[in-house]
Design a protein around this ligand. Structure first.
Ligand SMILES: C[S@@+](CC[C@H](N)C(=O)[O-])C[C@H]1O[C@@H](n2cnc3c(N)ncnc32)[C@H](O)[C@@H]1O
Length: 194
């Protein structure tokens, strides 16, 4: 992915919030992997916690064919297929040194069924659009352990204001479940499992 400078604070938050879950048991996952940068950041931190960490217990789910067709609510009819310039092999290269990371290629929501039924400590939801964001939250939240955290990447505005559907999906989700959400000024948002 191009290193757009505005992304760096989001990755900084991703790392810091992940660090807040140190000692919490469970797997880690990323919905929306693209070329693997977010997953690499999480795996490097897991290795800092455990020098023997080889990727086992980290999962990535992506079409590896770009964004799915948007819903009307996403307000961006032409975005399907964006981020298609990747592949499982490309993400694997980014994740070099972590051979046991499990990468699942497929479309969310169906691809989520390929994950083992397990509990999670931390999940990064970065699929940009309303429907896969909603599906990812519905899938992962009940599987989060107490003390676990979900970070949603595209809750707030990008510099160019894309992906309103993601925010709507997150707001609807927390309303439906009567839980809280913390929005960060960098555009990502956090849901804590208590
Ligand atoms: C912004 S990119 C993810 C960036 C990545 N987290 C990183 O750290 O570089 C969004 C990703 O979501 C994936 N995606 C969007 N909708 C999807 C869906 N319905 N099923 C599977 N993957 C999807 C795209 O393929 C794309 O790779």
């Amino acid at each position: 992915m191009t290193d757009n400078a505005w992304r760096r604070p989001r990755f900084f938050h991703l790392l810091q919030i992940f660090r807040s879950t140190a000692g919490v048991p469970g797997a880690t996952a990323e919905a929306g992997v693209f070329r693997g940068l977010g997953s690499r950041i999480l795996c490097l931190e897991r290795r800092r916690e455990d020098p023997d960490f080889d990727g086992e217990g980290h999962f990535g789910v992506d079409s590896f064919e770009g964004l799915s067709p948007p819903a009307t609510i996403d307000d961006d009819p032409s975005c399907a297929g964006r981020f298609a310039d990747t592949s499982v092999e490309m993400a694997r290269r980014t994740l070099e040194g972590f051979p046991a990371v499990e990468l699942i290629k497929g479309w969310i929501p169906e691809a989520l069924d390929q994950l083992p039924d397990q509990q999670y400590r931390f999940v990064h939801v970065d699929v940009d659009l309303h429907d896969p964001t909603r599906a990812s939250l519905e899938y992962f939240f009940p599987r989060m352990v107490r003390g676990g955290v979900i970070v949603i990447d595209d809750y707030g505005p990008w510099p160019n204001g894309e992906f309103p559907g993601c925010k709507i999906a997150a707001d609807e989700f927390v309303m439906r479940h009567g839980i809280g959400l913390a929005a960060l000024d960098t555009g990502n948002a956090v849901i804590f499992k208590r």
